[in-house]
Design a protein around this ligand. Structure first.
Ligand code: GLC
Length: 540
C-alpha cells in the first residue's frame, strides 16, 4: 500500500489562525495501532511505519495515549516514570525520532499528560508507603485516617470510577485515595512538589518537540480539603470540577505558551457553563465536547448540543473540540446500531444481541462523521473510526484487561472492546497489525474492514474520511461562517461559508438543495438524501 497522494496539512488554515484552531487530530491508541516488533502490542516503531497512512488521511496532528513506563494496570494511565518510554513501546530515541519524522510530514504530535494520579509503582508512592503518617512523602498523595472505631471505615463514601471504593488502607492504618484503580493513587495538587514536578515534566516533553498535551482527568485534579461525603446536602461533587484547579492550568499555560504548544482538556463536567471555564484565554486551548460524543442519534438533541457548544465556547473566545469516540467509550458504529434508549455500555455485558443493527450503525456513523467534520472548531478521530470499526462486544471474559471488569465485580465489561488492534491487511496474522498476533483478538469480519480492503475503494468508509478531511481543508477551514439554514424536525441543515451541510436523522429521504454535491455519506440519487445520510454541497 502506498499513501502519498494526499497533500500536506493545514493547507486551508487562514492566516492568523493557529494550526490547532480547526485541526483534525487523530488519536493513536498506541497499544493497538501498529506493532513494529512483533510482540503483539503496538509500539512507536509501528506508528513510524504508518506515518504515510496518517498523512494520507490528511489529519493535522496525532495524539498518542501514554507511552511512559507503566505496569499497565490501566493501559498506561498508571505512570511509574513520566520521563521514560516504556520498553514495550520502544526507546526515547525512537520517541524523539517519531516526533521528528511526524513533523517532517506535517503532523504535530500531542502527548498524554496524566497529572491526577501516578502508578503505585512510582518512586514517590513507594516512598510514601514506607514513610510515616504526616510525612512530606505522604503529603504528595491523599493519605487520611479512616472513620469509625480503629479507623476501619474509609475516610469518605466516594465511589471509584471503575467501581469499588476510592480508598485503600495501608499497613499502618491510613488510607490513600484513588479515584480509579487502587494502583493509581491520586496526587495531592496542594503539594508544591507535585506542582513543580509536573511543570518540569511538561518542559521535558516540549523540549523533545511535543506540540502539546491532552490532559487526563482534567476535571479531577483538586479535591475538597474537607473530604466531605458525596451526596451531603449543598456540597458539590468534592473531587470534580473544583474552581481551584484552574490556578494549576494557568501555570501550565504559561509554560506551554513559551513553546507555542497546546493543552487539551479531558474534562467531564456538567454543562457548557462549566466547560467554558477550561477554555478561558489563559487556560486550555481545547476541551473535548463529550455531550456530542454521548448523544443519541437524534436531530433535536444534536442541535441543542451544537448550539450550546458554539455559544458556550464563543463566550470565552474559543471554539468547540468535537469527538465521536475515544478509547474509553463504545465505538459509534455500535452505539448507533442499538435502539437509542439502550445504554451501550451496559448492553456490552449482557444486552440482547438481536437489538443490534450493524448496517444502521455504520450508516449513522458515516453521517455523523460528515456532521462532525462540517462543524466549526477542531475534531478528534479515534483510530479505526475511519475504517468504520464496530465495538468488539463479544470479547471473551478471559482476555479482558480493563480494570473496570474486575473492580466492578464483573458487572461492567469495560473498554477493551474499543481497543482491539487495527486491521491493516485483509489477511494474515492479526490482519497486518503485527507479525505475531495481537494482545486482543480481532474478529474475522475485520478482514473486509481493513485498510487494505478499503484503500482506494470508492464508497469505503476510509475514502469517505479522506475525502471529507480534504474537502474540509479546502472549504471549511479558515473563515467559513456557521449558520443554521433549517433545524426543525429530523433534518439539520447549516451553512459553513459557501458549503451547506445536510444531515437526515429521519426515516424518509429528503430533497437536497440544488447545487454541486461535494460529498455524501450514502448514495443520494435523484437529489434525495436517504434516511441516516449526510451531504455537503455548494448551493447554486
Ligand atoms: C481517563 C482516560 C482513561 C483512564 C482514566 C484514568 O479517563 O481516558 O482511559 O482510565 O483517565 O487515568
Amino acid at each position: 500500500m502506498t499513501f502519498d497522494r494526499v497533500p500536506s496539512h493545514n493547507r486551508g488554515v487562514a492566516p492568523g489562525h493557529p494550526w490547532w484552531r480547526q485541526a483534525v487530530v487523530y488519536q493513536v491508541y498506541l497499544r493497538s495501532f501498529a506493532d513494529g516488533n512483533g510482540d503483539g502490542t503496538g509500539d512507536i516503531a509501528g506508528i513510524r511505519s504508518r506515518l504515510p497512512y496518517l498523512r494520507s488521511l490528511g489529519v493535522d496532528a496525532i495524539w498518542i495515549n501514554p507511552w511512559y513506563v507503566s505496569p499497565m494496570n490501566d493501559g498506561g494511565y498508571d505512570v511509574a516514570d513520566y520521563r521514560a518510554i516504556d520498553p514495550q513501546f520502544g526507546t526515547m530515541d525512537e520517541a524523539i525520532g517519531l516526533i521528528e519524522d511526524a513533523k517532517r510530514v506535517g503532523l504535530q504530535v500531542l502527548l498524554d499528560l496524566v497529572p491526577n494520579h501516578t502508578s503505585s509503582e512510582h518512586p514517590w508512592f513507594k516512598e510514601a508507603l514506607v514513610s510515616a503518617p504526616g510525612s512530606a512523602a505522604r503529603a504528595r498523595y491523599h493519605f487520611r485516617p479512616g472513620r469509625g472505631p480503629k479507623g476501619s471505615r474509609p475516610p469518605t463514601n466516594w465511589a471509584g470510577m471503575f467501581g469499588g471504593s476510592t480508598w485503600t488502607r495501608v499497613a499502618d492504618g491510613e488510607w490513600y485515595l484513588h479515584l480509579f484503580d487502587q494502583t493509581q493513587p491520586d496526587l495531592n495538587w496542594s503539594s508544591p512538589a507535585v506542582i513543580a514536578e509536573h511543570e518540569d515534566v511538561i518542559r521535558f516533553w516540549l523540549e523533545k518537540g511535543a506540540a502539546g498535551f491532552r490532559v487526563d482527568v482534567a476535571n479531577g485534579l483538586v479535591k475538597d480539603p474537607e473530604y466531605p461525603d458525596i451526596g451531603a446536602e449543598g456540597v458539590p461533587v468534592p473531587y470534580s470540577d473544583l474552581d481551584l484547579l484552574h490556578d494549576i492550568v494557568r501555570d501550565w499555560r504559561k509554560v506551554v505558551d513559551e513553546y507555542e504548544a497546546i493543552l487539551v482538556a479531558e474534562a467531564w463536567v456538567e454543562s457548557w457553563d462549566r466547560l467554558a471555564n477550561y477554555l478561558r484565554p489563559d487556560e486550555y486551548h481545547q476541551a473535548f465536547e463529550f455531550d456530542f460524543m454521548q448523544a443519541p442519534w437524534d436531530a433535536e438533541i444534536m442541535k441543542g448540543i451544537i448550539d450550546a457548544a458554539l455559544i458556550g465556547s464563543s463566550g470565552v473566545g474559543s471554539a468547540p473540540t468535537w469527538v465521536l469516540s475515544n478509547h474509553d467509550i463504545v465505538r459509534q458504529v455500535t452505539r448507533y446500531a442499538l435502539p437509542q434508549d439502550v445504554d451501550a455500555r451496559a448492553w456490552l455485558l449482557k444486552g440482547d444481541r438481536s437489538l443490534l443493527d450493524p448496517g444502521l450503525g455504520l450508516r449513522r456513523a458515516r453521517a455523523a462523521a460528515l456532521l462532525m467534520l462540517g462543524l466549526p472548531g477542531s475534531a478528534y478521530l479515534y483510530q479505526g473510526e475511519e475504517l468504520g470499526l464496530p465495538e468488539v462486544h463479544d470479547l471473551p471474559f478471559e482476555v479482558l484487561e480493563d480494570p473496570t471488569w474486575v473492580r466492578s465485580r464483573h458487572t461492567r465489561k469495560g473498554r477493551d472492546g474499543c481497543r482491539v488492534p487495527l486491521p491493516w491487511a485483509a489477511s494474515g496474522s492479526s490482519f497486518g497489525f503485527g507479525r505475531d498476533g495481537s494482545w486482543l483478538p480481532q474478529p474475522a469480519e475485520w478482514s473486509s474492514l481493513s485498510v487494505e480492503a478499503q484503500d482506494g475503494v470508492t464508497g469505503s468508509t476510509l475514502e469517505l474520511y479522506r475525502e471529507a478531511i480534504g474537502l474540509r481543508s479546502r472549504y471549511l477551514v479558515g473563515t467559513a461562517e456557521f449558520g443554521w439554514v433549517a433545524a426543525e424536525g429530523e433534518v439539520l441543515v447549516f451553512d459553513r461559508g459557501e458549503v451547506t451541510v445536510v444531515v437526515n436523522f429521519g426515516a424518509d429521504p429528503v430533497p437536497l438543495p440544488h447545487g454541486e454535491i461535494l460529498i455524501t455519506s450514502i448514495p443520494a440519487d435523484d437529489g434525495l438524501l436517504p434516511s441516516d445520510g449526510a451531504a455537503w454541497l455548494r448551493p447554486s
